[in-house]
Design a protein around this ligand. Structure first.
Ligand SMILES: Cc1cc2nc3c(=O)[nH]c(=O)nc-3n(C[C@H](O)[C@H](O)[C@H](O)COP(=O)(O)O)c2cc1C
Ligand code: SF4
Ligand code: SF4
Length: 281
């Protein structure tokens, strides 16, 4: 029995798109060859409640595991949750989505975490998603071309997966990926003078004249930080995932912090050239 499952954290759904595409394609490639194969429902651990549960897997599971790149690394707010995972020998495909700047050490960090938690990461990929902060930088990605590459990657990974499952080749340890060890510190944006721009405390604001109180932002916030009765009030941690801003149907959420806006523009100007996915099998 092989169970293929996606598992992801995704503020603006670019990670979700790539993970689901790879999991679907893996299933479609393999189900005619391997009869005892299931496409199990995905685990979306974006909502805070989903991260209160413990997830245990075993050798029958194949997990396509995705997170966005934040400051060149795995989002640090997820580290506690990731530490609770029990891989149980499940085969895994670590996937990171980045906003066309760089994935730095995020993929190697995710691969190592999964391996430490008992998964067997045998293939991996870094894909590009529209930058959370912007509607210009990597706009609309992952696009058709990205999903084609994701599909071809899944087909190739599927062949390796079958060989491992059937004992034709051994699992030789975590798949080699780009990135450095020891893992480098979190990427820090800088202003024109080279000073560090600190956006840690920046939060979105609400244009009350546009808000119709639909509650979507409250529901999508991965930190559970938006006050249900008053979306203008963001209590607690904001990771600037921009889910509330991008998914608000009225365009009522916005950021006006000068440091944040400077960084966003600098990214749009400095990283306009299209990057392509990196895959590792
Ligand atoms: C706080 C923050 C930091 C980010 N840091 C990086 C980065 O270092 N490099 C990069 O290319 N993209 C970076 N991004 C962009 C996201 O990785 C990218 O847009 C990704 O597709 C978002 O995934 P999601 O739609 O699943 O949330 C950052 C986004 C946020 C919110
Ligand atoms: S999603 Fe937009 S319109 Fe809906 S409650 Fe939030 S801010 Fe208001
Ligand atoms: S409040 Fe912050 S963490 Fe919550 S959805 Fe908005 S940008 Fe993301």
């Amino acid at each position: 029995m092989i169970r293929i499952r996606g598992m992801y954290f995704s503020g603006t759904k670019t990670t979700e798109k790539v993970v689901e595409c790879i999991a679907d394609r893996l299933y479609n490639e393999l189900h005619s060859i391997e009869s005892d194969l299931k496409r199990a429902s995905s685990i979306d651990f974006t909502p805070p409640k989903a991260r209160e549960r413990t997830y245990r897997f075993d050798e029958n599971d194949v997990i396509v595991f995705g997170v966005p790149v934040i400051a060149g690394r795995v989002p640090n707010v997820l580290l506690g949750f990731l530490d609770t995972l029990a891989g149980g020998g499940a085969l895994a495909i670590p996937i990171v989505l980045y906003g066309n700047r760089n994935f730095d050490d995020a993929l190697i960090e995710l691969r190592n975490i999964l391996s430490d938690k008992g998964f067997r990461p045998f293939a991996a990929g870094a894909f590009i998603g529209e930058h959370s902060f912007s509607r210009k930088l990597a706009a609309g990605r992952p696009d058709e071309k990205d999903l084609e590459i994701a599909g071809a990657f899944a087909a190739k990974a599927g062949q390796k997966l079958l060989q491992i499952v059937r004992g034709e080749i051994p699992y030789e340890g975590p798949v080699p990926v780009d990135g450095q060890e020891p893992i480098r510190p979190y990427y820090k944006p800088r202003d024109r003078q080279g000073n560090h721009i600190n956006i840690l405390k920046v939060k979105p604001k609400l244009d009350k004249s546009k808000c119709d109180g639909c509650g979507i932002c409250v529901h999508v916030c991965p930190m559970g930080s938006i006050k249900p009765e008053e979306p203008g009030v963001v209590n607690g941690i904001c990771i600037k995932c921009c889910g509330c801003e991008k998914l608000c149907p009225q365009g009522a959420m916005y950021f006006d912090d000068p440091g944040y806006l400077y960084h966003k523009e600098e990214l749009e100007l400095g990283y306009a050239d299209r990057k392509e996915p990196n895959i590792f099998i």
